[in-house]
Design a protein around this ligand. Structure first.
Ligand SMILES: Nc1ncnc2c1ncn2[C@@H]1O[C@H](COP(=O)(O)OP(=O)(O)O)[C@@H](O)[C@H]1O
Ligand SMILES: [Mg+2]
Length: 355
């Protein structure tokens, strides 16, 4: 069941030519944690603020739990939308204790015993012994959990989080991501969170929607977006990828530098193929179906070696090798492209194209 439904949403600021949110449609299902990712300025915060009601849409519809909150000439007040919000800087009241911060937005009508509800949510976020502390006596991760507890306390239909992990250092981030995810799941809440960090999205979200120039490029599970990105933008956002022009014919991809056979595709004609660096195998001896190549650059990263190789016809590819042997510049090698790991990208998308 859909908790949040966004249809053809548009928002433009002032006299700007470009839409900040351009015809966005998206659903978030009950109990789901959906990450909205994109680079800075892609429209993530604007989309979140439109859902919360802090911005007014130019056109489009938004429903939350089947209630229309945005429609033509109608916009429900933010406080009526039953949304919990976690801000980037947590926005805790510094002069109030943890318990008082959480109690702040609770109504006696909904929870006759406010203290019981506060105890329930501090328990849920693992801060029951911190109820009487002030925010500045808490670590960043703990403040984050208070903000989350405050958002969850009124049992909102939907939780929105703007860059929830951006104020945390790298070590803490791994831990807090897991905590936040498990708290949201335990509460049975539905959440939409915004991040510019693809690692946040891949590791924490059930599904990811990726934005570019206000347009949603693709929505899918982390694995779908990493392994079968629709276009070069999505592919590149989630890590390195080798994209090459090819001609497809009878399950063979013909490149300028050679042929890759055994692809399970019925595509024919000009295509754009892509393969991740870990799906190219390096061999030291020629075998059938391999491409002779020369190492142009080899970089050691501990858990893998990143090898840039020239396969001829002005084509360079990047490989992530996990072999024990280390390759060096000018080594002659042979590359095998795993045909089942090659996928076809949408050629209708060009970097920088604005429409
Ligand atoms: N209040 C505003 N007034 C004018 N332009 C804005 C405003 N808020 C955002 N924008 C513009 O809208 C676009 C999207 O911004 P934003 O939603 O903040 O992106 P993100 O959160 O992905 O970094 C940007 O071009 C930004 O400059
Ligand atoms: Mg933002």
């Amino acid at each position: 069941m859909e908790v949040l439904s966004i249809k053809n949403l548009h928002k433009k600021f002032g006299k700007k030519l470009q839409y900040a949110v351009n015809n966005a449609s998206l659903n978030v299902n009950k109990g789901e944690l959906l990450a909205l990712v994109g680079e800075s300025g892609s429209g993530k915060t604007t989309l979140l603020r439109l859902v919360a009601g802090f911005e007014e849409a130019d056109a489009g519809q938004i429903s939350i739990n089947s209630d229309k909150v945005v429609d033509d000439n109608f916009s429900m007040k933010p406080e009526k939308r039953k949304i919990g919000m976690v801000f980037q800087d947590y926005a805790l009241f510094p002069h109030l204790t943890v318990a008082e911060n959480i109690k702040f937005g609770l109504s006696k009508n909904q929870f006759p015993n406010l203290n019981d509800r506060v105890r329930e949510v501090t328990d849920m976020v693992g801060l029951s012994s911190y109820e009487n502390r002030y925010p500045h006596h808490l670590s960043g991760g703990q403040q984050q959990r208070v903000a989350l507890a405050r958002a969850l306390a009124p049992n909102p239909g939907l939780i929105l989080l703007d860059e929830p992990f951006s104020n945390l250092d790298a070590v803490l981030k791994d831990q807090v991501r897991e905590e936040v995810r498990s708290i949201i799941k335990k509460a049975g809440a539905t959440a939409l969170f915004v991040t510019h960090d693809m690692r946040d999205a891949l590791s924490s979200a059930d599904r990811i929607a990726i934005l570019k120039d206000g347009k949603i490029q693709q929505v899918g599970t982390p694995r779908e977006l990493y392994e079968t990105p629709k276009n070069l933008y999505v592919a590149s956002f989630f890590g390195k990828i080798n994209a090459m022009n090819a001609t497809a014919e009878n399950g063979t991809y013909k490149l300028k530098a050679g042929e890759i056979k055994g692809a399970k595709t019925d595509k024919t004609g000009q295509i754009l193929i892509a393969i991740r660096p870990e799906n190219i195998e390096i061999l030291t001896e020629k075998q059938e179906g391999t491409f002779p190549a020369k190492v142009v650059l080899a970089q050691y990263f501990g858990d893998h070696q990143q090898v840039h190789a020239d396969i001829g016809a002005e084509t360079h590819v990047v490989i992530h090798a996990h072999e024990k042997i280390l390759f060096e510049k000018d080594d002659n090698i042979f590359l095998r492209f795993n045909p089942s790991k090659i996928h076809i990208l949408d050629t209708c998308w060009y970097p920088g194209l604005v429409s």
